[in-house]
Design a protein around this ligand. Structure first.
Ligand code: F6P
Length: 341
């Protein structure tokens, strides 16, 4: 078999572990040929690829980022590719394509699949917001990084009697904020699923100071927004994907808290630190299992499907279901901690 693999969308710790696993299973165990497209779908459309053998993936298991490079998708070009899907497949001699990516990539993968390309998707995102799988790799690493940041911020907050507002990733879902906030014992957690009330956050901080605990750490997801009328909020610039650019909710919330409380507040934006560097053991294992199962699915001819973690098993689910709905923090998870505002 000739299997193509690509990584698209935002990078994520564990991508290299999937690539390595695909090569090990396909090349070593099945005697396949694996080619890696460079810079995501761009490399596929431009015919930029390289052969991946066992040496090409040596030593990459623990490396962050992606050795293949990644890029975001241009919709127009993908539509052109779909129109020429069969020709593209023949030109590249592909028996299977394994795109590894998040919501946008899996939508694109589904479009290519419907246009006739034999596709097996692998989900990734640090945000853990893909509903067709219980977990995505990269999430565990991001939570670990954010938890360590909260631990560290607590000691400096206490020394200076400050309110620290740490902004973590999570555009549509608050999983990183919820889990790192719980693991780090943040006093307030704000997530996109529940508009937060600034007056309630202020009451919590005042109450802590009155009890003699003269600091607080608030963990806010980048996509969290104040409840209507709770604080002044003007929307930032909207990008080509419909996302608010440089919304800076961490800055805005820290400023508002400082003003209302009359106490020093500091914003800390963790940003891409959460996406870089070494993946945790959990993420390496999940990524490796996804890679192995993606190759097996290709050999069974199980196309138009995606690897998914259900409980402790890896199963295949239709690509069409992958992005039907986002995995957002449900009410019962918010209720498990008093820190969600
Ligand atoms: O992977 C998703 C995500 O981590 C979001 O939480 C974040 O908003 C986005 O990526 C930022 O990605 P980039 O800066 O690469 O566009």
């Amino acid at each position: 078999m000739r299997i193509g693999v690509l990584t698209a969308g935002g990078d994520c710790p564990g991508l290299n572990a999937v690539i390595r696993s695909v090569v090990h299973r396909a090349v070593v165990d099945h005697g396949d040929e694996v080619i890696g497209f460079e810079d995501g779908f761009k490399g596929l459309l431009e015919g930029r690829y390289r052969k991946l053998d066992i040496n090409a993936v040596s030593g990459i298991l623990a490396r962050g980022g992606t050795v293949l490079g990644s890029s975001r998708l241009e919709r127009g070009r993908l539509r052109d590719a779909c129109a020429n899907a069969e020709q593209l497949r023949r030109e590249l001699g592909l028996d299977a394509l394994i795109p590894i990516g998040g919501e946008g990539t899996l939508t694109a993968a589904n479009m290519l699949s419907e246009a006739g390309i034999p596709v097996v998707g692998v989900p990734k995102t640090i945000d853990n917001d893909i509903s067709a799988t219980d977990r995505t790799f990269g999430f565990d690493t991001a939570v670990m990084v954010a938890t360590e940041a909260i631990d560290r911020l607590k000691t400096t907050a206490e020394s200076h009697q400050r309110v620290m507002v740490v902004e973590v990733m999570g555009r549509h879902a608050g999983w990183i904020a919820l889990e790192s906030g719980m693991a780090g014992g943040a006093h307030g957690i704000c997530i996109p699923e529940r508009p937060f009330r600034v007056d309630r956050l202020c009451d919590m901080v005042e109450e802590r100071f009155a009890r003699g605990k003269k600091f607080a750490v608030i963990c806010v997801a980048e996509g969290a927004r104040p409840a209507e009328g709770s604080m002044p909020y003007e929307k930032g610039e909207i990008d080509q994907y419909g996302h608010e650019r440089f919304a800076g909710i961490g800055y805005r919330l820290a400023g508002e808290l400082e003003k209302r409380l009359g106490k020093e507040a500091r914003p800390v934006i963790l940003g891409h630190v959460q996406r870089g560097g070494v993946p945790t053991a959990y993420d390496r294992v999940l990524a490796t299992r996804f890679g192995w199962h993606a190759v097996e699915a290709a050999h069974r001819g199980d196309f138009g499907m995606m690897t998914s973690l259900r409980g402790t098993d890896i199963v295949m689910v239709p690509l069409a279901d992958a992005t039907a709905e986002l995995n957002r923090v449900p009410q019962n998870r918010m209720e498990e901690t008093e820190a969600v505002f």
